[in-house]
Design a protein. Structure first.
Lengths: 115, 140, 493
């Protein structure tokens, strides 16, 4: 299972890098989204995918075989943060498209005669 | 341009309330089972966004006349205040308190200070999400 | 009061939340922002007194015992940095009154500054590596908002790059945390310090250590990851620039110092050697930039990069002199960078441009500003008895005692280049034929000058009275060099 997951994570990272290297701003944003998804899956996988019972002390849950709760808590936090950052990035992209009149990052170079 | 969106508008009238009720359910379910303020807040925001899609921003503003920045600030203060209450009892920050009460209608219920914190989270999430969407949506 | 160490984090957060309620009322915004930062400053002073007498303070959030819950730890090192950060923020709030403009003040400028202070203080205080990530994101979110605040074209353009770089470094941070968790099974820093020496497979840990160096290096702007910094910092107005220049990179430096002294010490032959080489390369790259530009802001911005290199070189030596020097230089650099940005901000306002070639003759019209700038420039270069000297002296001594004596020679030689780059501003802007200046109201000038002069006075006091502060610095360095003190304080029960 971990092997399959690592292939999936690698694929997400690959797609993210490909998208982030393109010139269109919206593709770059989708790329950052995929990148954080890959990182979140990585936490889940690295915590170990073993365990079948939920991580709560209740009837019918054996304490010998429960899911590691920490990666889940970490992922939730990381997802919330990447949600906030992605939405900020979208607003920023929209504003700069209005102000700068382009979504091509090649035309956004900051040189001294291109202000 | 005026499009024919009778179907969307009619469906929205029903679906919005279903989503809102589900949001409330999810919010309270967060006590012992999956759910909580963040998911509930996102669901509520999605209901409002659906209204905005079916009608337009001005109408929705009339229906729900909230200032979402204020909402965020209120939520932040509520969450911070709940967490800070532990300072006055000289226990570590974020320490929560809970007890079981016999309430009419509900019977034996556990009340938890974390629910107040979650309410703050709920308000922050709705406030922030709606602020972002309004920022993009307002200038057509 | 077991929660005392959280007050410098919570007070700015509380005041930022309150400030969100009345964005349009400038007077209330200013008052509450200043009160918030001021109260946080009082809290830090109490905290330092408490840490000095009672030792390291630790609190476990939500009463979940370490290492299971999140621990917040305040030792002398973090308390001193929290103090410097709070002082600087307070001065920046005062400096913002005349400079930032009513329009920005009415669109959540002060809340963003206070949120940034929350993130910075939290990052300095936390004792949990994932919580460090969360506080990094808090301060990054506010920094995104501040850097684009006002929405001018260069700001929008540079924010996109800044945001992209930081999103990538955040994803790397999460991945590095994931690897660390899978190898050690814990994320509490004290617990990591216990567990890491027990692991025999140091190869994978070295990889993780280098990953963390990259993550923090993006924030701290080390060679070759500093490429985003000059452009991004040049875009926003001076008070925001001063805030970023003084605080943001230093959080990355702090994170490197903490992790590379507390637990990534299993393979120092490789990791700390690498850190020393990178530090020296950072200094050299910064020097090239500082001498190449004719823009006052750019010159000081490249000096940030030089200082990062000097501090990290001190840390990489892992001996008492090097680490003490790094701590002293870190605090000195936070204060002096803020003061320098304040002063060049005034100069840029007077001339209406930040291009050195269009300046000149300021000594005739504003002699006091000239002398204050000269003192600050000498302090930056480390001329005794000013505040840059003791730190740099200790770092150089650490280099000679440690394995990298050649690094100390570079640090000494580049001090001259730093001096040259700062004096170049003095020569071009203050000497020569007077050029036409933008008329500036006397009261505005005074409002800008007073916070700057006070900040310079503080740096001079730190330099002249270095002997007074050395017990504090030594105490901070002792914890960094003996992780067992830190571990015992956190995992005491």
């Amino acid at each position: 299972m971990e092997i399959i997951m690592s292939v999936v994570i690698g694929f997400l990272f690959m797609a993210a890098v490909y998208l982030m290297l393109s010139k269109s701003l919206i593709r770059i944003i989708i790329g950052t989204g995929l990148l954080s998804h890959g990182a979140h899956l990585l936490i889940l996988t690295m915590g170990g995918l073993g365990g079948t019972a939920p991580p709560v002390v209740a009837d019918g849950v054996s304490i010998s075989d429960y899911v590691d709760p920490l990666p889940q808590a970490l992922i939730l936090t990381a997802i919330v943060i990447s949600f906030a950052v992605t939405s900020f990035f979208l607003v920023l992209a929209y504003r700069s498209y209005q102000e700068l009149g382009t979504d091509n990052v090649n035309l956004m170079r900051g040189t001294e005669d291109n202000d | 341009m005026r499009t024919n969106d009778v179907m969307l508008q009619t469906a929205t009238k029903v679906v919005t309330f279903i989503i809102l009720m589900f949001a409330v359910h999810i919010f309270f379910a967060g006590h012992y089972t999956p759910g909580g303020g963040f998911v509930g807040g996102l669901l509520t925001a999605s209901a409002i966004v659906l209204l905005m899609l079916a009608y337009d921003i001005e109408t929705v503003k009339k229906i729900i006349p909230f200032n979402y920045v204020m909402m965020t600030a209120t939520g932040l203060l509520l969450a911070l205040g709940t967490a800070s209450a532990s300072i006055f009892f000289n226990v570590p920050f974020f320490t929560h308190a809970y007890d079981y009460f016999d309430l009419p209608l509900w019977g034996k219920t556990s009340l938890h200070s974390a629910a107040l914190f979650d309410l703050g989270v709920y308000l922050v999430v709705v406030g922030v999400t709606m602020t972002i969407i309004q920022t993009i949506g307002e200038d057509e | 009061m077991i929660n005392l160490l959280l007050f410098p984090v919570l007070i700015p957060l509380l005041f930022a939340a309150i400030l969100l309620f009345f964005p349009k009322n400038i007077r209330m915004q200013r008052t509450f922002a200043a009160i918030g930062a001021g109260l946080a400053l009082v809290a830090v002073l109490f905290l330092i007194a408490k840490v000095k007498t009672d030792g390291i303070q630790a609190v476990t959030l939500g009463s979940w015992d370490a290492p299971f819950g999140i621990t917040m730890v305040s030792d002398l090192f973090s308390a001193l940095l929290v103090l410097s950060a709070t002082i600087i923020t307070l001065f920046i709030i005062f400096y913002s009154f005349p400079t930032i403009g009513a329009e920005r003040e009415q669109s959540f400028y002060y809340p963003a500054v206070l949120f940034l202070l929350t993130g910075v203080n939290g990052a300095f205080t936390t004792g949990d590596i994932f919580n460090l990530f969360v506080f990094f994101e808090v301060l990054l979110m506010s920094s995104y908002m501040l850097i684009v605040h006002g929405g001018e074209k260069p700001q929008l353009r540079e924010t996109i790059k800044y945001l992209l770089v930081n999103v990538i470094s955040s994803a790397l941070f999460v991945s590095a945390v994931a690897f660390l968790y899978s190898v050690t099974g814990t994320l509490n820093m004290a617990d990591l310090a216990v567990k890491i020496p027990q692991i025999e497979a140091t190869g994978i840990l070295t990889v993780i250590a280098v990953m963390f160096l990259m993550v923090f290096g993006f924030k701290a702007a080390i060679f070759p990851l500093y490429f985003w910094l000059p452009g991004a910092y040049h875009a926003p107005p001076t008070p925001i620039l001063a805030l970023f220049g003084a605080l943001l990179t230093k959080v990355g430096v702090y994170a490197i110092m903490r992790t590379y002294t507390l637990f990534f010490t299993m393979n120092t032959d490789f990791t700390h050697e690498l850190l020393a080489i990178i530090a020296i390369l950072t200094i050299l790259a910064g020097c090239i930039g500082a001498l190449a530009y004719f823009d006052v802001k750019k010159i000081i911005i490249y000096n940030i990069i030089i200082a990062v290199g000097v501090i990290l070189f001190g840390v990489s030596q892992l001996n008492e002199a090097g680490v003490d020097g790094a701590i002293f230089y870190l605090i000195h650099d936070m204060l002096i960078k803020a003061a320098l940005f304040f002063l060049v901000g005034i100069v840029a306002v007077i001339f209406g441009t930040s291009n050195l070639r269009q300046m000149g003759g300021l000594m005739k019209t504003h002699p006091f500003l000239g002398w204050v700038y000269l003192i600050t420039a000498f302090g930056l270069a480390g001329i005794p008895p000013l505040s840059g000297f003791p730190g740099k002296l200790l770092i150089v001594q650490g280099g000679f005692e440690g394995p990298h004596f050649w690094g100390s020679i570079v640090v000494l030689a580049t001090s001259l280049l730093v001096l040259l780059s700062a004096i170049r501003i003095f020569i071009y802007a203050f000497w020569g034929e007077p050029v036409e200046t933008v008329p500036l109201k006397k009261s505005t000038y005074r409002q800008m000058l007073i916070p700057s002069v006070l900040l310079v006075a503080i740096t001079v006091f730190i330099g002249v009275g270095a002997e007074l502060f050395m017990p504090l610095i030594n105490g901070a360095g002792e914890v960094l060099l003996n992780p067992s003190i830190y571990i015992d304080a956190v995992l005491k029960e």
